[in-house]
Design a protein around this ligand. Structure first.
Ligand SMILES: Nc1ncnc2c1ncn2[C@@H]1O[C@H](COP(=O)(O)OP(=O)(O)O)[C@@H](O)[C@H]1O
Ligand SMILES: [Mg+2]
Length: 93
C-alpha cells in the first residue's frame, strides 16, 4: 500500500523561481525513502507542500491511500523532523 503518493507536483514561487516541475514518487508502507539533491533542488519545497505548509501550483498528493482525508487528519498522522531544530535553552521541554 502506498502511504504517500505524489503526482505531477509543480511549484513556482511568486518571484518566478521554478522550484519543482512534475515531481512524481510514491512511498510504500514500511519503506524508507532517501530524498536527495543538491542545494536548491527543491527538497524543502516538496517537503513543505507534502506537510501542507505551502500550496503546489499543480499536482496531487494522496496520503495513507485515502483521497478523502482532511488537512487536519493528514497533519494528525504525520511527523516532521526538520534539518535545523530551534529550541530555547531557557525553556524546558
Ligand atoms: N520562498 C521562496 N521564494 C522564492 N524562491 C524560493 C523560496 N523558497 C525556495 N526558493 C527557491 O526554490 C528553489 C528550491 O529551493 P528549496 O526547495 O529550498 O531546495 P532544497 O531544499 O533542495 O535546497 C531554489 O532555487 C530556492 O532558491
Ligand atoms: Mg532544503
Amino acid at each position: 500500500m502506498d502511504i504517500l503518493k505524489v503526482e505531477h507536483l509543480s511549484k513556482t514561487y511568486e518571484d518566478g523561481t521554478k522550484a519543482l516541475e512534475n515531481l512524481n514518487f510514491s512511498v510504500k508502507k514500511g519503506e524508507i525513502l532517501g530524498f536527495l539533491g543538491p542545494n536548491g533542488a527543491g527538497k524543502s519545497t516538496a517537503i513543505s507542500i507534502i506537510s501542507t505548509l505551502i500550496k503546489a501550483n499543480t499536482g496531487s498528493i494522496t496520503y495513507f491511500n485515502n483521497t478523502k482525508l482532511s488537512t487536519k487528519q493528514i497533519k494528525k498522522n504525520m511527523g516532521i523532523v526538520p534539518q535545523d531544530i530551534a529550541l530555547y535553552e531557557d525553556i524546558s521541554a
